[in-house]
Design a protein around this ligand. Structure first.
Ligand code: GLC
Ligand code: CA
Length: 551
């Protein structure tokens, strides 16, 4: 019997240990061959996702957008970009996913809209001091004629965080100028997001991923305060940052939770909050969003001590907060982990991208080996796991995209000092040949390199030892082995992680190079062949233990 037949869509606790697959819609599958992925393509691939064994999909933004920031510049929160689909095709997608036992999570972008949003247009058309302008953050400039920005705050993508409008006022945008920040002290803004949440929940959406969840509430008291790291993605917890991780933001999410709880089962949410773990769990409390991405694993080196510290700390804090941990190695904002793990420790990834991936050289075989080991860790940890499209194919970063092809606003806004995030957003290869490797028509919106052929679904489907088959096997086993939020650490060498889940499921990850002993029992799955019963370096294994372990 397939695991899927048992999926209970009314289960209110499903999210606590769900495996969520992130779809970046423009780059997943292109149904009408115009080079841009769409809902038709995605609906066609639901059987692929069902066979993969994931529990939910998270759709990055698919809303109408000028794509100034890959769709994170939203023109209308309650519609679908016509290049991607329509509201009826969205409904078809939800129906097809649910029929396959797959839940649907959509991305909500509450820190900013796009500059084409109806309310921003209205703000521009209205006078300074008007109710229309109060929905965003407009200020007069400094200097004799207001010719200087209201503060020294910088945009996350580079340059000032303020842009001047023709009547002389300035508006705030923590990201691109096309992404004006909402004023969350405005009641209309608060209410409108409730309308949006209900709009999608009413259409059957199961949960929400909350973009820049640590933004929204800001200290806009005059004079606007300087801060050394005002717009870094790594916010400290000294409470002095005027823009991020303000205590007030939690009141907003308590309001959202009340909306989620109007539904049966309650809708779920996960926060994108690049703040230290001790602060992040606050977003994940049961009366707020429920979960927050654990990004420390994204930032960690391939190092047993670092991994262990992150895991121990995160589990501990999640338990205390009544949340569940939310693990991930990759997403649409970071260099793919098959590349990260193939680069020397502490490589400056931005500098590496600027050399088009030439310097330092990537050890492709090592990266692939570690990525295989990594997924057996990811899927064995208590809590839920997020898989980014293409990692199940072992895709690496496309580090040598031509400058002319780059779409990420970071490239321009950083004055060509950062190449940006396009290298992990290249459309997926489905077939081993064809002009876009089965993605769609003649060309994909970002060009795919020739080496994508060997990673194509077609090349891996049914191929013993392929990355795709490892993901499928691990996901199928996880469904049988889980669901309990417990983990017990076992003694192991310094480069090895060894823990046991209830039911005698042992997980051993060897992050060093010396082969490591395994506990006695049945080897359920291994990321690399064992040698004389030992687990080689950069490999993981799942064992059903037969004896108490003696270290
Ligand atoms: C989040 C998104 C990222 C986007 C930014 C601004 O970090 O993941 O892709 O650029 O927010 O919306
Ligand atoms: Ca298309």
């Amino acid at each position: 019997m397939s695991e899927r037949e048992r999926t209970d869509l009314t289960d209110p606790t499903w999210w606590r240990d769900a495996v969520v697959y992130q779809v970046y819609p423009r780059s997943f599958a292109d149904g009408n061959a115009d080079g841009i992925g769409d809902f038709a393509g995605l609906i066609d691939r639901i059987p692929y996702l069902e066979r993969l064994g994931i529990d939910a999909v998270w759709l990055s933004p698919f809303y109408p957008s000028a794509l100034a920031d890959g769709g994170y510049d939203v023109d209308d929160y309650r519609d679908v970009d016509p290049r991607i689909g329509s509201l009826p095709t969205f409904d078809d997608l939800v129906a097809a996913a649910h029929a396959a036992g797959i839940r649907v999570i959509v991305d909500i972008v509450p820190n900013h809209s796009s500059d084409r949003h109806e309310w921003f247009r209205a703000a521009l058309a209205a006078a300074p001091g008007s109710a229309e302008r109060d929905r965003y953050v407009f200020r007069d400039g400094l200097g004799e004629h207001g010719e200087l920005p209201p503060s020294d705050w910088v945009s996350h993508f580079g340059g000032s965080a303020w842009t001047r409008v023709p009547d002389g006022q300035w508006y705030l945008h923590l990201f691109a100028p096309e992404q004006p920040d909402w004023n969350w002290e405005n009641d209309e803004v608060r209410e409108d997001f409730h309308v949006t949440l209900r709009f999608w929940a009413d259409r059957g959406v199961d949960g929400f991923r909350v973009d820049v969840a640590h933004g929204l509430a800001k200290d806009l008291g005059e004079p606007l305060r300087s801060h050394p790291h005002v717009n870094s993605m790594d916010i400290e917890i000294d409470g002095t940052n005027p823009l991020f991780d303000r205590d007030d933001v939690h009141e907003i999410y308590r309001g959202w939770r009340r909306v989620f709880d109007e539904y049966d089962p309650p809708r779920t949410a996960v926060a994108e909050a690049w703040v230290p773990t001790s602060r992040r769990v606050l977003y994940a409390k049961p009366d707020e969003l429920g979960q927050a991405f654990e990004f420390d694993l994204v930032k960690a080196e391939w190092d047993a001590a670092q991994f262990r510290e992150v895991i121990v700390d995160s589990l501990d804090r999640a338990r205390t907060a009544g949340a569940s941990s939310t693990w991930t190695f990759s997403n649409h904002d970071v260099v793919r982990h098959a590349s990260r793990f193939g680069l020397p420790a502490r490589t400056d990834l931005n500098a590496w991208l600027l050399t088009d991936g030439a310097e330092p050289a990537e050890d492709v075989a090592l990266g692939a080996r570690r990525a295989r080991a990594a997924v057996l860790l990811l899927l064995a940890l208590p809590g839920s796991a997020y898989v980014y499209q293409g990692e199940e194919l072992g895709l690496r970063e496309v580090a040598d995209l031509a400058r002319d092809d780059l779409e990420d606003p970071i490239w321009l806004r950083s004055q060509h000092t950062e190449k940006g995030r396009d290298g992990c957003r290249v459309p997926l290869p489905w077939t081993t040949d064809g002009s876009s490797f089965g993605f769609g028509g003649d060309g994909a919106h970002l060009p795919q390199p020739g080496w994508f052929a060997e990673h194509a679904v077609e090349a891996q489907d049914g191929t013993e030892g392929s990355m795709l088959e490892l993901y499928r096997a691990a996901l199928a086993l996880r469904h049988r082995l889980l669901p309990d939020q417990d983990l017990v650490w076992r003694d192991s060498g310094p480069d090895v992680l060894h823990f046991e889940r209830p039911g005698g499921w042992h997980v051993v990850v060897n992050l060093g190079s010396t082969p490591a002993p395994l506990p006695a029992g049945e080897v359920l799955l291994a990321s690399a062949p064992l040698a004389d019963g030992l687990l080689p370096g950069d490999a993981s294994a799942w064992i059903r233990g037969s004896d108490p372990v003696t270290g």
